[in-house]
Write a protein that binds this ligand. Structure first.
Ligand code: NAP
Length: 258
């Protein structure tokens, strides 16, 4: 029996590395997609040695249409799991941010998710099984915090929920994972100062991966890892959006990030 294949974007750090290690441990062959070829090769060697699985390295910059097409071609050939994890935030105000950087963020956080999911689904549907996991964020569920990043993650949530209904009964599942703050390279890369964030709001990669995959196994469309974030997002849904916006504005968290 050939092993199932999981394609993961952004596994050179943080959550993507966590999903790659977990799927390799579970016996999946892997396709690893990110820009840093050296880090991809290091992870591939680690996974082959630790779990005896086959690992393909596909160096690609998801801001580039040609590279997205290369990854889409690999997905068209067939995988059992796609984890759309690559993504990034930026700091500063929207009105002074480099337009090219804002476009690149949209390309990775939104366009790649749309194109790669579109490429993966036909073979999954033909097989009558498959799983797409889109990494969104709590930022996509709460209004009034930042601009382009939160909007990109709200798109991921909405896209996933719509497709989940469309795919019902096909054997193919699609899920959005909405983490809060996770210890990864994300905030350092974005240049966001996180020193004021209380310890209780921080999650670890392994916990997010374990809880989200347990939710996926249960068929949950939206996974919100961590009790603190389940509580926060539940309250956020129950109170008026205007109040959620006011809370975010009042605490100064709507400034200094896109
Ligand atoms: N950390 C958090 O607090 C948090 C919270 C909620 C949601 N998230 C989401 O979780 C996902 C993973 O983020 P993380 O926290 O694990 O961040 P991270 O540690 O910074 O890792 C980001 C990954 O994305 C890849 N990536 C970035 N730009 C890329 C591009 N242009 N082309 C291909 N790959 C690219 C990076 O690889 P290369 O640099 O090698 O290309 C890296 O592997 C993101 O979608 C993020 O929005 C994170």
């Amino acid at each position: 029996m050939p092993r199932p294949v999981a394609l993961i974007t952004g596994p050179t750090a943080g959550l993507g590395a966590g999903y790659a290690r977990r799927y390799a441990r579970d016996g999946y062959d892997m396709v690893l997609v990110a820009r840093n070829a050296e880090r991809l090769e290091q992870l591939a060697a680690e996974l082959r040695a630790a779990h005896g699985v086959d690992v393909e390295v596909l160096a690609a910059d998801l801001t580039a249409a040609d590279d997205r097409a290369k990854v889409a071609d690999r997905l068209t050939a067939g995988v059992q799991v796609l984890v759309n994890n690559a993504g990034f935030g930026t700091s500063g105000e929207f009105w002074t941010a480099e337009p090219a950087l804002l476009q690149a963020q949209l390309d990775v956080n939104v366009t790649a998710v749309m194109q790669l999911t579109r490429a993966a689904l036909p073979s999954m549907l033909a097989a009558g099984s498959g799983t797409v996991i889109n990494i969104a964020s709590v930022a996509g569920l709460l209004s009034g915090r930042g601009s382009t990043y939160s909007a990109s993650k709200a798109w991921v949530v909405s896209f996933t929920e719509g497709l989940a209904n469309g795919l019902a009964g096909t054997g193919v599942g699609i899920h959005a994972v909405c983490p809060g703050f996770v210890h990864t390279e994300f905030h350092q890369r974005a240049g966001i100062d996180m020193t004021s964030i209380p310890k209780i709001l921080w999650l670890d990669v392994d916990d997010v991966v374990a809880e989200s995959l347990a939710d996926v196994a249960k068929g949950k469309v939206i996974s919100i890892p961590g009790l603190q974030y389940k509580a926060l997002t539940t309250v956020g849904r129950l109170i008026p959006r205007s109040l959620v916006r006011a809370i975010n504005k009042g605490r100064g968290r709507s400034r200094g990030r896109t």
